[in-house]
Design a protein around this ligand. Structure first.
Ligand SMILES: [Zn+2]
Length: 481
């Protein structure tokens, strides 16, 4: 027996060095970063693309059969290994959503039964813990192995390159590198896959907005990776300190505008910054799903990494391209863990495979139209809180922050669902009664249903809406549950 305090070096565990954990040339061939993407995978014919997707889909399905989360659900749906023979069979696989992932974690804490590896495997492969959600209880955890990690960087690099990023650009990333993915995706894209210089300044909590502007001026930041709300906040602070953002050498803004269906948020930002804003869309689990090129006609899908489908909100059944439905995604690159038919419950529409004026040939994804799980039924009309955004944001008397509160009113048969929209006024000098009446009328028109409006003071909603913080802004407080 050896003295445990003086372990034999021969018995020391091998360290899974990151640089040895990836076959880099193979990774680049499989998931081409820029500029190769636009010359290869990014311009495949519809048939060649389907063939590539089919091959990856079958590989991922094969792996998922070894994962309890999938094996149990698929057996319950009457499937056996071998039943799924191509992408044409994908609709036979049951969909799942984030509630199912929460349950997966509850039945096998703390990492869940949806991962193909468990605690005993840690240390054999480099891993990173990332999380999403988690307003109550622990957040939803996803492990990232080196492939999942690097491909999410490549996805963002493709977007940034198509938007105009080039080696040597300085990209300011006002997100905190935390358990959420955005900052890491931006950093990995810039640093590993673009030759851009990444400045991870952290959110406004880490580096106050005025300092963010100081850094950009001093360093000559020429790209930004930031949420629409925060880019708006920077514009506000710049106006307060009398600095014109158009003096910065900015090339463009890479952003996440959410349901900016009428383009109001984009127009405001473009006016303040004097450069184009490109919208993007992604999820914690499968990375950057789609992004705008300079043509700005819907978003290119990163087709070799994610297979997108639409399903009905109520029945979960497949919908054709062109319809509006919930986006269901299948990751084509992730094995740790697999994501197969994951219903993101984001309302979208899909456009068929075509060659864009930028030269890429992909299917495209529409603007994010709203969260289907935030739907409120008001006297027979489906109302989405995010549909309030355009009216509220475009009225300069408001701060742009708002919260919809859904609750029941009345008892028994007279019980009804009621929606109150709390809206922040920019200052106490603004007449609350007039603003409330204007908003009530405008929202009635936008939503097709009557809502109550409550005017509140600037800054009071942020603790609930998470405006200006990390993660997705919350627009619904549901008191019906
Ligand atoms: Zn394009």
């Amino acid at each position: 027996m050896t003295d445990p305090g003086r372990a034999n070096p021969a018995d020391e565990p091998d360290i899974p060095y990151y640089w040895q954990s990836v076959d880099w040339p193979k990774l680049m061939a499989d998931y081409p970063p820029p500029p190769h993407f636009a010359r290869t995978t990014g311009r495949l014919s519809a048939e060649a693309l389907r063939e590539l997707q089919n091959k990856r889909f079958l590989a991922r399905v094969g792996e998922a059969w070894a994962v309890p989360f999938y094996r149990d659900r698929w057996h319950a749906a009457g499937l056996q290994p071998g039943d799924i023979r191509s992408l044409d069979d994908i609709d036979r696989i049951p969909i799942f959503n984030s509630d199912d992932l929460k349950e997966a974690i509850a039945v096998a804490p703390p990492f869940g039964n949806h991962h193909p590896i468990g605690r005993a495997d840690f240390g054999r492969v480099p891993l990173k813990i990332q999380t999403s959600g988690g307003t109550t209880g622990l957040p939803r955890i996803t492990l990232f192995d080196p492939i999942a990690w690097e491909v999410q960087g490549i996805q963002v690099a493709r977007a940034l390159y198509a938007q105009g990023a080039r080696p040597g650009d300085i990209i300011q990333i006002p997100y905190t590198n935390s358990l959420a993915n955005a900052a890491w995706c931006a950093y990995t894209a810039a640093h590993h896959w673009l030759g851009c210089v990444a400045a991870t300044t952290g959110s406004g909590l880490v580096t106050p907005t005025e300092r963010q502007i100081d850094y950009a001026r001093a360093w000559g930041t020429n790209l930004w990776f930031a949420r629409g709300e925060y880019l708006g906040r920077i514009a506000e602070v710049a106006a307060e300190i009398g600095f014109d953002l158009r003096e910065l050498p900015t090339k463009f803004l890479h952003s996440y505008l959410g349901p900016d269906v009428d383009g109001v948020v984009r127009k405001r930002l473009e006016a303040a910054w004097g450069v184009p804003v490109y919208d993007n869309y992604g999820s914690h689990e499968v990375g950057l799903i789609a992004w705008e090129c300079q043509a700005c006609e819907h978003k290119h899908i990163s087709e070799d990494t994610v297979f997108c489908q639409l399903v009905g909100v109520d029945d979960g059944l497949a919908l054709p391209e062109g319809d509006v439905g919930n986006l269901v995604v299948t990751s084509l690159h992730r094995s740790v863990p697999p994501f197969i038919r994951y219903n993101l419950r984001d309302l979208m529409t899909l456009f068929p495979h075509a060659t864009c004026s930028c030269g890429l040939a992909t299917r495209k994804l529409s603007t994010f139209l709203g969260r289907s799980d935030e739907m409120v039924k008001l006297r027979g009309t489906n109302v989405y809180p995010l549909a309030c955004q355009t009216t509220i944001v475009s009225d300069s008397r408001t701060t742009g922050d708002f919260l919809c509160v859904a609750a029941y009113r009345g008892e028994g048969l007279g019980r009804r669902e009621n929606l109150t929209v709390r809206i922040e006024r920019r200052s106490a000098e603004i007449d609350g009664a007039i603003l409330a009446e204007d908003m009530r009328r405008a929202l009635h028109r936008d939503l097709g249903a009557k809502v109550d409006v409550e005017i509140v003071e600037a800054g009071t909603l942020a603790p609930i809406t998470r405006m200006g913080g990390e993660g997705k802004v919350r627009r619904l407080l549901d008191l019906r549950k």
